[in-house]
Design a binder for this molecule. Sequence first.
Ligand code: DOR
Ligand code: ZN
Ligand code: ZN
Length: 428
Amino acid sequence: MSKILIRGAKVLGGEAQDVLIDGETIAAVGTGLSAEGATVVEAEGQVLLPGLVDLHTHLREPGREDSETVLTGTKAAARGGWTAVHAMANTFPVADTAGVVEQVWRLGRESGYCDVQPIGAVTVGLEGKQLAELGAMHDSAAGVKVFSDDGKCVDDAVIMRRALEYVKAFDGVVAQHAQEPRLTEGAQMNEGTVSAELGLGGWPAVAEESIIARDVLLAEHVGSRVHICHLSTAGSVEIVRWAKSRGINVTAEVTPHHLLLTDEMVRTYNPVYKVNPPLRTERDVMALREALADGTIDIVATDHAPHPGEDKDCEWAAAAMGMVGLETALSVVQQTMVDTGLLDWAGVAERMSVNPAKIGRLDGHGRPVSVGEPANLTLVDPAYRGAVDPADFASRSRNTPYEGRELPGRVTHTFLRGRATVIDGNLT
Ligand code: DOR
Ligand code: ZN
Ligand code: ZN
């Protein structure tokens, strides 16, 4: 088995230490460790984090391999410092049976770049009418614990209640794309002053907030766990804060793009900024940052949503919704949360590795950087500055809002159970 010595990295942003990997596990952590028989990675000035875990990734396979495949998506994940991703269920066919989730799980195992944990659909065909085979997906080889109709909201309160009751039996969780469908019919962007000026149909904050309010109350009533995907408004933060103070078992995520970008970008009419939920206002952005810092929002999740050029290089109204995010997420979090002093690196590790693994009940990830743990690790150079070049992405899609934008930080190495998947920023 191979030995790797990571020398002089700031573990979780703290003191510089050496970390010795032997085979699949962390064999030693300390100073002045012997490099005998080991490949040495000089990491002075770099930050060592537990491998990142994404609770919300669209890998598109099966069905939309023109946008992404499990292989290209997991390569993009490794480049971004992720060692595990949860694959959303809105594929073709939809991941609403044991057969489809097992297929995605198997493709993930074959990729070797990053662990893939399939998410199962809540309802058959994401149609919101009939519960999918949640138990069969849980009992399958894929061991599904997270269920979501993401892309669509589970808007029927009775279906949502039944899903919450069902997953309770095996400590599962329902991840809700909170968006009241009637209030968002024909919506093109955030409802506010910019949408009024541009004459585009608006997506009101209340469409998100009303569903979150309903769902935290349902979770309380049923005594189950609910997770809210991609919070985007200040009001959503207030509701989650209230629910947590009441002891309701709710967790929440925010995307990197909702921490950085606002609806002012829509004035460009560039469809790279079209996303669901939409980019909101500066006030919302600031509330989301504060909530991520104080723990009201538990995690950052990418909502990596690859789309091919033909679905994005068109007029605003016709363009698909979504942005790629796996390869830029950590840099955006560094810029918005670390470089602003809102969060230290230990806080980033909590929100991008420890907490998402806990919410997904994912074993072997989000673990401390200590002896005997699986060597799932990410090494980041926070001093790096560079412009984003989509041509350099490992993802099959290029729909990033950050093209040409200078972002801080770069993942130099990613280790999946002791095997380097990225060395000096390049895939192995
Ligand atoms: O922007 C989005 N894109 N939001 C979603 O909820 C779905 C996703 C997709 O699948 O493209
Ligand atoms: Zn969504
Ligand atoms: Zn999504």
